[in-house]
Design a protein. Sequence first.
Length: 385
Amino acid sequence: MTVALTVELASLRDKVARFAEQNIGVRDDLHTLKDFPWDIWRKMGEEGLLGVGLPVGWDGIGGGYLSIAVAGEALLGRGRNAGIALSWLIHNVVSRFFILGFGNERQKDLYLKGLAGGQIAAAIAVSEPGRGAHPKHVETSADREGDCYVLRGQKTFITNGPIADLFVVVAVSRLEGGRKRFTAFLVPKDAPGLSVTEPMNLDFLHPSPHGGIVLSDCRLPASSVLGVEGSAYEDMARPFRQIEETLAMSLGVGGMGAAFDFALDLLRKPGHDPKGEFKTELGQLHSQLHTLRIVSYEAASLLDDSSHDAELPSLLGSFGDLSGQFRDRFELLTNREGLASDPMMNRMTKDMLLGGDRARRTALIQQRKLGERLLSGKERDEIVP
């Protein structure tokens, strides 16, 4: 485990920061843009930023999850747009975790270079209308008919759904002793029987598009199965959620850092005269931000070193607590100093609040699970002196 950045990671951070400043931070329209900014996406592909977690042999940068975390923090921190960063993150994680991690050689040959170059945009489809993503409630089915599977159902709240060329769809493929068994499928947007619904009208995270798909007798060859048939929930859906939550921490740090830096710029303008107590509060916020960065990097490095993943829930829980403290202090300080009236400050604070709420929910879930394990005695057995 390490939180010290190598020369390669520092170089990646600086490269992404420059890209974000030149292509995202200068765009005032992104927070209200309804159409996806394909010009930015294409440039990301040209710079290799859509294949951060993919090997060089597949036209990627060759990094791991820590590389994605470092790049994500810089992308949001300097670009100051949470929507672009979210779409970028989901694309990179789907590419690395699902297709690189579970794809066979044919599937990798078919998709990875296009994903790295931006010719293919990826999305994960698990949640369903009115049911969410809990395995007990997922109803989308995949029935085997000869050499094919026929998918029927509907998915919703898919990040990148309206722009995706490739969906990883999780469906019920059989029942085993009354228990649902799930299989993941690689489903191209142009697959017969797949239709993309209208983008959801959300008042946050612009310009990241969210939407759904309808699968009406969507017939797929058996070669579309990703990973092991019947094991998708245990192998993919559940681990993906933890990976997504872990890497979202780096976006949270980027968003908090961007808001903090912008607040400093406003405070340095004439008319502000910070006193001693205020300077102490500012120093406390800065220290918390550094701590949060270290926690996010450490958590991402645990994803790359699965032998230590038992420690990951503790980091997720601690991050949620610390980020909530940062958010509350920051909001109090900016309101007291009259900074919240600035339109850009208001937008960044709104994004930070959304991320903070998610981090706190994650913290409560992880801490409850840890408490249950402690009471059962299982956690003590996993502690290595």
